[in-house]
Write a protein that binds this ligand. Structure first.
Ligand code: GLU
Length: 440
C-alpha cells in the first residue's frame, strides 16, 4: 500500500514552498488510495513551537488536505535511541569531538587545497584513552559511517541519480547535547511507518543519498524518492527570502481561495497547463508526478488572484449564503445580490464593498465634463424602491432629455450610481439599491 508523509518542522508557518511538498505527497497517497501521514519534525525543542504545529494543521485543513495519521517526532525519541544503538552495534556509528571551530578550520584548509570539504574521519583514529580524555572536556557527537561507494536511485522527477558517498561527509546523527538530528529521525520514522514514497525539495538530494545508506544499514526498505525543484520568483530570483511573506495564512488573509492555490500548485513546474479545478478529486485525477521537471519553478503570487476570481464567478449562492447573510443582506435579496456581484469580485472580501454601495448609496464618481449631465440625470431618478424596469425607463428618459446615447450616456450613469467605472449590469444593480447615490 502506498504511504506518503508530509514532514514539516513546526518552526514557522507553512509557505507556498512547503505547500508544493505537502500537495504532491497528498496527491500521490489519494491517487493510490493509500495513507497520507502528517509528521511534525519537532526534535529541535528550542525552535519547535506548539503554535506552529497548530497553525500547520489549520492551514492544511483550510486547503482540504486531510491526513490519515499524525505523528510527532518528539514522542518517538526512544525509537531513535534504539536505532542509534543498532547502528553502533553494526559498527556504523562513531563518536567525534571536533568543535564547530575546528571543523570550520578543516573545511577551509581543504578548500584552500582545492579539495572538497568532506569530514576527514579523524575521530576514527582516536584511541580509547584519547576519547576518554576528550569526553572529560566536552560531550561527543555521533556520525554515521558512510560506505564510500556510489549511491544510486531512480528519482521520480530527476531521473537516474548517482552520488559518490566519498564526496559527502559522514552525517552527524546525534549532537553533543544528545539531540537526535532530522536525518536519523526521519529514516527511522519512514521505515517504522512503512513510507513507500517520499517527495521533497531538491535541497534534500544529498540527504537522500545518506539516508538510503542508513535505511539499508538498519535493514529497512528504501522508499521511492522524488525531488521537486525549488520555487523562484517571477524573474527567477530566489524565493527563499520572500517566503516569509508568502505564508499560507497571508494568502488566506488576502482572500486567495484554496482551490485557486491548489490548482496552481498542482500544475506549476509540470508540462501540463494550469487549469482551475473546483474539486479535490479533479486535482487528483489530473496529477502525474512524472510530468514535473527539474528546472527551477517560477512562482508569481499575482497568478492567484485571477484564479480566485474565476473560482468565485462559478460559485453557486449556496456556497456563500452564510457570508452574504453576515454582510447584512436581507434574505429576500441575498441570492440576487450574489448572482449580480459574483462576476465583479476578485475575492470574497470584495462583496462587502458592493453591499456598502447598495446599502448606503454610492459616492457618485463624476467626471468634470459630466457634472451638469449627472445633476440632471440624478434629479430624474424615480423614488425608491427600484425594480427590474427602473434602469430602462430612467436611462431612456435621461437620453431623451439630454440627447446623450451609448457610452456617453451609460458610463457617467454607471459611475454616478456605483461610484465605479466597472461593475454589474445596471438593470440588475438598480433593483438592489437601498439608497440613492450621494454627490459630494
Ligand atoms: N522536516 C524536514 C523539512 O522540512 C522534512 C524533510 C523530509 O521530507 O524528509 O525539510
Amino acid at each position: 500500500m502506498t504511504v506518503t508523509r508530509f514532514a514539516p518542522s513546526p518552526t514557522g508557518y507553512l509557505h507556498v514552498g512547503n505547500l508544493r511538498t505537502a500537495l504532491f505527497n497528498w496527491l500521490i497517497a489519494r491517487k493510490a488510495g493509500g495513507t497520507f501521514i502528517l509528521r511534525l519534525d519537532d526534535t529541535d525543542p528550542e525552535r519547535s513551537k506548539q503554535e506552529y504545529a497548530d497553525a500547520i494543521q489549520e492551514d492544511l485543513e483550510w486547503l482540504g488536505l486531510g491526513w490519515d495519521r499524525i505523528e510527532k517526532q518528539s514522542a518517538r525519541l526512544d525509537r531513535y535511541v534504539a536505532a542509534a544503538d543498532d547502528l553502533r552495534a553494526r559498527g556504523r556509528f562513531y563518536e567525534c569531538f571536533e568543535t564547530p571551530t575546528e571543523l570550520d578550520l578543516k573545511r577551509k584548509k581543504q578548500l584552500n587545497m582545492g579539495r572538497p570539504p568532506v569530514y576527514d574521519r579523524a575521530a576514527l583514529k582516536l584511541t580509547e584513552a584519547e576519547k576518554d580524555a576528550l569526553r572529560a572536556e566536552r560531550p561527543g557527537h555521533w556520525r554515521f559511517l558512510l560506505d564510500q561507494q556510489r549511491i544510486e536511485w531512480q528519482d521520480g522527477i530527476l531521473g537516474d541519480i548517482s552520488i559518490d558517498a566519498a564526496s559527502v561527509s559522514d552525517p552527524v546523527l546525534i549532537r553533543g547535547d544528545g539531540q537526535v538530528l532530522y536525518t536519523l529521525a526521519s529514516v527511522v520514522d519512514d521505515t517504522d511507518m512503512g513510507v513507500t514514497d517520499v517527495v521533497r525539495g531538491s535541497d534534500h538530494v544529498t540527504n537522500t543519498a545518506t539516508q538510503i545508506q542508513i535505511i539499508e544499514a538498519l535493514g529497512g526498505d528504501v522508499p521511492a524518492f522524488a525531488h521537486h525543484s525549488l520555487l523562484t520568483g517571477p524573474q527567477g530570483e530566489p524565493l527563499s527570502k520572500r517566503l516569509g511573506t508568502l505564508s499560507l495564512r497571508d494568502l488566506r488573509a488576502q482572500g486567495v481561495e484554496p482551490m485557486a492555490l491548489l490548482s496552481l500548485m498542482a500544475r506549476l513546474g509540470s508540462s501540463d497547463p494550469v487549469e482551475l479545478r473546483t474539486s479535490h478529486q479533479e486535482l487528483i485525477d489530473g496529477f502525474d508526478l512524472s510530468h514535473f521537471g527539474a528546472a527551477p519553478t517560477k512562482f508569481d503570487v499575482e497568478d492567484l488572484l485571477p484564479l480566485t476570481a474565476r473560482y468565485l464567478h462559478a460559485l453557486p449562492y449556496s456556497a456563500v449564503a452564510d457570508e452574504v447573510a453576515a454582510l447584512g443582506v436581507p434574505d429576500a435579496l441575498a441570492e440576487r445580490f450574489w448572482n449580480m456581484v459574483r462576476e465583479n469580485v476578485t475575492t470574497r472580501g470584495d462583496m462587502a464593498g458592493w453591499w456598502a454601495i447598495l446599502w448606503q448609496g454610492a459616492d457618485a464618481l463624476v467626471e468634470p465634463e459630466d457634472t451638469e449631465f449627472v445633476r440632471i440625470a440624478l434629479a430624474m431618478l424615480p423614488d425608491l424602491p427600484f425594480d427590474e424596469t427602473t434602469w430602462a425607463g430612467w436611462s431612456g428618459a435621461v437620453s431623451a432629455a439630454t440627447g446623450r446615447k451609448g457610452k456617453a450616456l451609460f458610463m457617467p450613469l454607471r459611475k454616478a450610481l456605483t461610484g465605479r467605472a466597472r461593475g454589474p449590469e445596471l438593470a440588475e444593480f438598480m433593483p438592489l439599491m437601498q439608497a440613492k447615490p450621494v454627490v459630494r
